[in-house]
Design a protein around this ligand. Sequence first.
Ligand code: ATP
Ligand code: ZN
Length: 473
Amino acid sequence: MRIYNTATRQVEEFTTYVPRLARGYVCGITPYDHMHVGHGRVYVFFDIFRRYLERLGYEVRLVINFTDIDDKIINRAKEEFGHEAYKRWREIPERYIAEYFEMTKKLYIKPAYAYPRVTENVEDMVKWISTLVEKGYAYVAPDGSVYFEVAKVPNYGVLSRQKIEELVAGARVEPEPGKRNPLDFALWKSWTPGEPWWDSPWCPGRPGWHLECVVMSTKHLGAPFDFHGGGADLIFPHHENEIAIARAYFGVDNFARYWIHVGYLTVRGEKMSKSLGNIITLREVLSKHSGEALRLAYAMSHYRKPMEFTYELLQQAEDMAKTLYTAYDELSQALRDAGEKDQEPLAQEALKYAEAFYGALDDDMSTPEAVQQLYGMARYIISTVLHKIEKISRETALTILNKYVEMADVLGVLERRQIPKELEEVVKTLVEVRAKLRQERQYQLADYIRQRLAELGVELHDFGPRTYYTYRR
Ligand SMILES: Nc1ncnc2c1ncn2[C@@H]1O[C@H](COP(=O)(O)OP(=O)(O)OP(=O)(O)O)[C@@H](O)[C@H]1O
Ligand SMILES: [Zn+2]
């Protein structure tokens, strides 16, 4: 497969250091508030990427961290707990990490290989800083903070394609007392009274964000590993600085081969962000819509492009999900009506969608095209395969169904395929009764059954004498 690499600004062939094993790290949330739809875009994209790699035969080790100590968490704790913040601040990350697991489950995001937390890795981080100081890449400021000296790294700016001088002139970073260069960043932040702290050789304090991600990713994945990702806002300074730290520590040019960045999710053209006050929480959206509809809505935009979020889009995705289930439910039931041998080349036609689907994902994860192909296959099943089921063998029908499910599994939809057994039996019985009534020309009663079932979420579709049904999830 081919994927765009921010580090080279090119679409490249994806290969891994260890054959058949893909190791990746995605920057996780800072758990200080509700997750919003913008966060969901990032983690769903990497879930689809991971599912696709698995389909290609890779074992995927995906690590997602929690930045569970941060200014934003401390501020939130002060707002909420006042003078008790010092004692109770951990309740904030606990609450929103729990929400992360709840929401990602609703979004059918597969569990990660590891979920490291900053607070559980501070000791390792301190060791790293000591090494960086010893190697001459970091210096201790008078207040006990430790800074990374970017000028010591020869290719600083490789990822964001910026030169040190331009960055300084651009004044995107504030000069701070104790720093030799405004671009230098804290590896260790000295303690502020009333705030959480950990011990270190320099002063009580806590680690800096960029260092945290390098330590946690390489701890679980080694260095170098295959891909590193996050939202596009992380390219600079976060990922640039991660690369600089890893270069200093390991002496490797780049500790991750592919850098993959997801574009912004926007509302009226503006990035969805807490600070802009335009967030829509995942909890809110997922209380009204299925996780599958939201996944489809995300997939309808290419991951590198901005994506405008609207409820109309979500409704469109919901309708699409419904069609996907109809095709699945009814083709599963139609298997029993399949013929002896293939009289029509339906499989060849159906499998063209699969070919185009995988071709699209192969080409820099073109999920919008993949969604269209899956949807196209669903419509082909409904409009053609179900009508002509007697003209193909059971084996062929099963091949089509299996391919269809396999594609859905890559996008993480049709996750609720199972219809409760009891319900299935009851509906089957009613469908039989209705067929009898129709034979006896008791159309009014037959229609009554169909209407009552529709009200209960079971839709019947007649194909000549055969009737298949779909169940509203
Ligand atoms: N609107 C958005 N669109 C796409 N990705 C986003 C958006 N907002 C945040 N992200 C990504 O979500 C991940 C988690 O980010 P983090 O917890 O740091 O949130 P954040 O950027 O602080 O969000 P906010 O600005 O709303 O507080 C990061 O990879 C970040 O790039
Ligand atoms: Zn990170």
